[in-house]
Design a binder for this molecule. Structure first.
Ligand SMILES: Cc1ncc(COP(=O)(O)O)c(C=O)c1O
Length: 390
């Protein structure tokens, strides 16, 4: 039987990032002592007050079809939260609710791009971008975030990548996998380029609430950017809610209407009780949420300290997020070789930097979704492994 061309375009993307992880899970499930640091899923339980809210909502019979763009009270809560945290003035009419940031990104790409359009993405990059941009036939044009520049965006490099076919720039700060943030100067330069070339700007901000000191800066808070801007976020990382599938896109109001049609044609809404719990989650200043953020910061510091002095390995404190992106070039191995051999020798799985793009070469991503004690144990194993190959 025949399949559409789309199935070929979206297949197999980012597989380099998953090989070691899949092996690690198989070995762990077979009973081996494997420390899995290769998946961005928080180890925390969703805070109790959010689970309670969902249960209450279920008890109240909130189990029916929801409005296509999202329930009004949740959209309002998202608009208020975003206005408070970014300084932008966001109206609920600009918000469309999706089952996670991933679905929001997919829908946005469907609404904005035609076959042959170019979208500039800074790599290393979150592995699903290529597939979701390929779905409508767009072409992902990669620009490097260089380790020598601490994986910060270089506006002159971005400027050189713009062609008459460029339709948008898609950036993700705080950044997965490197933990870098964007500075005000960089954001202003990127904004100027988007305006000069009349480009859409898609800002994936799923790690915005997990900052380690530097206040989060949305590139969309630059003057005039929301007219051409799409902000993507979710409760997955900040609220330990990956499995709930609760995210959103904030766009110009006209685009929100297009997104609603797309939701109607595909998802047909997000469960009411999830949105009710989401509204409670996003409207609260609970200590639980601060504990999640602070834990990632402590864990990042633990890993950076524990890797200090390990031959061939160096790790910098990230600005935000739930990953440490360790430089292993000094070992003489590339990221794929290092990750594979580390799993074989010591039973620790990390993600090869090459899986996120060429500029991630010679690095590995260490996910911080494990206790400090376990992370210390993992780093001790890394040290033993590095000493062996030294
Ligand atoms: C940069 C980035 N964007 C989007 C997502 C998807 O998040 P969600 O669970 O909200 O779909 C992830 C998940 O790892 C991510 O790292």
């Amino acid at each position: 039987m025949r399949y559409s061309a789309l199935t070929t375009r979206i297949a197999g993307e980012g597989s380099d990032a998953w090989v070691v992880h899949d092996l690690a899970i198989a070995r762990r499930d077979a009973g081996e002592d494997i420390i899995v640091l290769s998946l961005g899923d928080p180890d925390f339980e969703t805070p109790q007050f959010i689970r309670d809210a969902a249960v209450r909502s279920l008890g109240n019979g909130r189990t029916h079809y929801s409005l296509m763009g999202g329930e009004p009270h949740f959209r309002q809560a998202i608009a208020e939260y975003t206005s408070r945290t970014t300084g932008l003035v966001i109206d609920a009419a600009q918000v469309t609710v999706f089952p996670g940031a991933q679905a929001a990104l997919f829908a946005v790409a469907q609404c904005l791009f035609n076959p042959g359009d170019e979208v500039i993405v800074a790599e290393p990059a979150y592995v699903t971008y290529e597939a979701l941009l390929s779905a409508p036939g767009a072409h992902m044009v990669q620009i490097p975030l260089r380790p020598e520049n601490r994986f910060h965006i270089e506006p002159d490099v971005l400027a050189r990548a713009i062609t008459p076919r460029t339709r948008a720039v898609l950036l993700n700060f705080p950044h997965n996998p490197t933990g870098a943030c964007i500075t005000a100067g960089e954001a202003a330069a990127v904004a100027a380029l988007c305006k000069e070339h009349d480009l859409w700007f898609i800002s994936d901000e799923v790690y915005a609430a997990l900052g380690f000191g530097t206040p989060h800066l949305s590139p969309l808070s630059q003057p005039g950017m929301m007219e051409r801007g799409v902000m993507i976020s979710s409760l997955s990382k900040s609220h330990a809610m990956t499995g709930w599938r609760c995210g959103w896109a904030i766009t110009p109001t006209e685009m929100a209407q297009h997104l609603r049609y797309l939701v109607r044609a595909s998802l047909f809404g997000v469960a009411q009780f999830i949105q009710d719990a989401g509204a409670v989650a996003i409207g609260s200043h609970s200590d639980d949420l601060e504990q999640i953020r602070a834990s990632y910061q402590r864990r990042a510091q633990t890993v950076v300290d524990a890797l200090d002095g390990v031959p061939g390995v160096s790790a910098r404190m990230p600005d935000a997020g739930m990953y440490v992106f360790a430089d292993i070039r000094g070992t003489g191995l590339d990221g794929k070789q290092f990750a594979r051999a580390l799993l074989d020798a010591e039973g620790v799985s990390v993600t090869p930097g090459e899986g996120f793009g060429p500029s991630g070469a010679g690095h590995v991503r260490i996910t911080l979704a494990t206790s400090e004690e376990r992370l210390r144990e993992a780093c001790a194993r890394v040290a033993r492994f590095a000493a062996m190959i030294d």
